[in-house]
Structures are given as C-alpha cells and as structure tokens.
Design a protein around this ligand. Structure first.
Ligand code: DLL
Length: 434
C-alpha cells in the first residue's frame, strides 16, 4: 500500500533532493544575512559571507547556533521577517525563566503542518480517520502541530489536549477514534486506564498512534501496541525548528525519515564541532532551509543520534535518524516537559534554600515520578510536621511556576544530602529510557 502525503517529494531522487537543498540553502543564507544582524555578526566573525555558501557542501563553513544564542537574542533577535508578517509564536520552557520563542509566518505554519501530515499519512491516516490529538495545546508545539497536520490530511480531528483521561476515553470510544497522537507515556497510561475500565484492546477502533516529544524504548512500543491494539509510530521535532514533524516513522519502524526538503541534518562531534560521516553517533544539527520567520542555521539540538541512508522498504528516499540516544546536555524530559537542573537551582536560591538538592526521576505504572530532595537551612528546619509540609507545598508551587509540572518536594535536615568531591550527582534517573 502506498502511503505518502506528498509522494513526489517523499520519494524524490537523491539528485532532486540535493538540488532543492542547494537552492534553498543559498536563498536562506542570504535571507538570514540580510535580516538577522545577530547571525550576520557571527558569520562576519567566522569570516564567511553569503557568497561563500554555494551548496550544502559549504554548510560546514557557517557558525553554529545554540540554545544559549536563542536566550541571548530573546525575544526578537533571531526574527528574520518583520513582525507584521508573523501570525503565531510557539514556545518551549527554558532555563532561568527565559523561554525559547519561535515565530511563524503563515507559510511557515503551512510547511510545518505538511510535515505533520506526512507523518499521519505514513501511519495510515486518510480523510476517513478520526484523529484524537492529546498532546498539549497552547505554547507547546505538539497539539497545534498534529492538529494542523490532521486537518491537512482531512481527518476528523478531536482537539482534546492533554489530561482528563476519563474524558479522553469517553470521546475515543464514543467517536470511534482511529488515530491517537500523544506522548508515549500518556499513550501507555491511556492503555492502562482502558484496561482498568474493563475494555479489551479490540474494543477500541484505534489502528495507529503517533507518539513523540520524549524518549521511549522498543519495549515501551511493544507494550503500547499490545495494550491499545495498534501500531505505534515515533515522531520527532523541537520547537526551535518548528515542532513535531521534523522526522517521522514509516511502516518499517526502523528510524525516522527526516523531511530533508525542509531540514538539512548534520551529525557533529559534540566536543569538537567536526562534521561526522553518516552512520556515526553524534549530535544532531539542523538547518531550516525554507522557514522565513525564525530560520535557524546549523542549530545544535543536543540530541545524540545516528543517520542512515539505507534504502527503506517504504519507498521514501529521505535520510533516517535513530531515536535520540541521549543528550549532550543535562536536559531531562519528565512527563513530556523539558526540565533543566539549573531551573530547579534557580527556584531554590530564589526561595532561600541552599543549592543542595537531588532530583530523582522514575517511571511507575508508565507515569514519570519526579521527586526533589532539598536541604533546609538550620533556621528553616522545624520539628513540626505541619510547618515542614507547608514549606514543601510552597516550594512545589514555585517549582511548578518555573517548570510547568509538579515535583514532589522532600525537605530534609541540613547536611544530609551527600556532598560530592567531584561533580555533584544532581540527577538520579531510574527510567532506563535509552
Ligand atoms: O517535544 C516537539 C514534539 C511534539 C515532538 C510532539 C514530537 C511530538 P520541545 O518541547 O522543544 O519540542 O522538545 C524537543 O524533545 O530536542 C528531544 O530531546 C525531545 N524529543 C522530541 N521528540 C522525541 C522523540 C517537542 N520522538 C526535545 N524521541 C528534542 C525522543 C524526543 N525524544
């Protein structure tokens, strides 16, 4: 069965793809040079001008962009088109309160939604399907991206957003949802909740799920496929490059095809920045070839993975990436939300606690648990349980305001968190996700 949204693009010859990439890159570099003084300065410092970039072969001459650049340039420093041409922002959580904001023109949104539509069609979606989107809606890109993709395919879209599992299940069963889009941990949780309510996998009409935004294992895939009676497809993306749909799995389920006509991928050595050959593990770097509002050249994702150009049985010709195999920074993804230890430290210091803490993350019944052990100052430490509980609650609320999710806070007596002689072990992640 042929399942392509844009067959002429998704199965294009390598020569054709390279030609698109070269033409678009040359235009994009000129667009950025002309409109983004921040990046132009970086290019000047590296001694490169747009004339030096004639094809993707020259890409390595361009300087990298990192999350630190995005923070420095916040909010408008990397905007490449007058604000009046933009119709949307999306955002991700960031350290110390500064968020990454990405701007979209209408054309950028159309291209992004097309990428998501490719993923939905690859998972078997057509205009006969009922697509239940339970990624978060709002600033997070998951809900809006898959919602837009689902519209483009012509599915009947259920814009559920995340949470309220009883209602999710009621709509899923009453409206005969056939495609489920959410984080893999939420999919597993829905599977469990269905079983608890006495439903068997064959009682629902679901046939496929499109799951991403956080790491998940093959074992988890099998568990979800079994509990929901579906085929589970991976989808990858990040706010900075538009959102979900940068790459997606086809029926072969052996890696995700990168939408190479829009995103040029490189793998680099995270230490030296040197470009590594296909098949080598390293940090993924993306160049957006045709985004106009917020085009990032050589953006370091910090995601570690491997690219493969092996022929795929689905007929798509675009390069495949493995699931992210880890990160080259300390970002954790807890219940689908990106969390940096430095954010936690910022809150502790602001709330008057010492920076002695330990984060423990685990997965119990397919849901992430998130505990933070924090040392009290002697002045704050109290024998009264009610006083300690009130402080824990207050700190949990401050954390929630910064992180967007609720940790369980455990205040412990002064000097009880083990001191390290080298790098402090701040995070104990027991989830075994890679
Ligand atoms: O998570 C976009 C998204 C929404 C992707 C819905 C897929 C589905 P951010 O919040 O900016 O954007 O987080 C991006 O999440 O750099 C990866 O580390 C991680 N990530 C995204 N997809 C996957 C995946 C969205 N399929 C960061 N597997 C990225 C593992 C993923 N990690």
């Amino acid at each position: 069965m042929e399942r392509y949204y844009q067959p002429e693009i998704e199965t294009a010859s390598r020569e054709q793809i390279t030609q698109w990439q070269n033409e678009r890159l040359v235009k994009q570099v000129k667009h950025v040079w002309d409109n983004v003084p921040y990046y132009r300065k970086k290019m000047e410092a590296a001694g490169v001008t747009p004339e030096d970039i004639k094809s993707v072969e020259d890409l390595h001459k361009l300087p990298f962009l990192s999350k630190a650049d995005l923070r420095e340039a916040y909010p408008y420093g990397l905007l490449a088109t007058p604000l009046k041409n933009c119709v949307r922002i999306q955002s991700t959580s960031g350290t110390t309160g500064k968020r990454v904001v990405a701007f979209y023109t209408q054309e950028d949104i159309d291209l992004w939604e097309e990428c998501c539509a490719r993923a939905i069609v690859a998972a078997g979606g057509t205009n006969e399907d009922v697509c239940q989107v339970c990624y978060g809606y709002g600033l997070f890109t998951g809900g809006p991206g898959l919602n837009g993709g689902s519209h483009k395919v012509g599915c009947m879209t259920l814009p559920m957003s995340s949470g309220n599992t009883d209602r999710q299940i009621q709509f899923m069963m009453d409206l005969d949802a056939t495609i489920l889009c959410c984080t893999p941990s939420y999919a597993a949780y829905i599977g469990e909740s269905l079983a608890e309510k006495g439903y068997k996998p064959e009682d629902n009409k679901l046939k496929a799920g499109i799951f991403g935004a956080e790491p998940w294992t093959e074992e988890m895939r099998q568990e979800i496929e079994k509990s929901l009676g579906i085929k589970a497809y991976d989808i990858y993306g990040l706010t900075e490059t538009s959102g979900p749909g940068v790459s997606f799995e086809c029926e072969e389920q052996t890696g995700m095809h990168i939408n190479e006509d829009h995103f040029y991928a490189e793998i680099i050595d995270p230490e030296t920045g040197e470009v590594l050959p296909d098949g080598t593990k390293g940090e993924l770097v993306f160049t957006s070839l045709d985004k106009k509002g917020f085009p990032l050249l050589r953006y370091r994702t910090k995601d570690i993975c491997i690219l493969s150009r092996k022929k795929c049985s689905c007929g798509r010709t675009h390069v495949k990436m493995t699931k992210p195999l880890g990160r080259s920074d300390d970002m954790m993804i807890i219940r689908g939300v990106n969390v940096f230890p430095s954010q936690i430290e910022t809150v502790l210091l602001k709330e008057g606690y010492p920076p002695n803490y330990q984060i423990v993350v685990d997965r119990v019944k397919n849901t992430d648990t998130f505990d933070i052990y924090v040392e009290c100052t002697p002045e704050r430490f109290s024998d009264k349980v009610s006083e300690m509980q009130a402080s824990e609650k207050e700190l949990a609320m401050a954390m929630r305001a910064m992180l967007g999710i609720n940790p369980k806070i455990h205040l412990v007596a002064p000097k009880t968190i083990e001191r390290s002689e080298g790098k402090a072990v701040r995070v104990i992640d027991k989830r075994k996700l890679h």
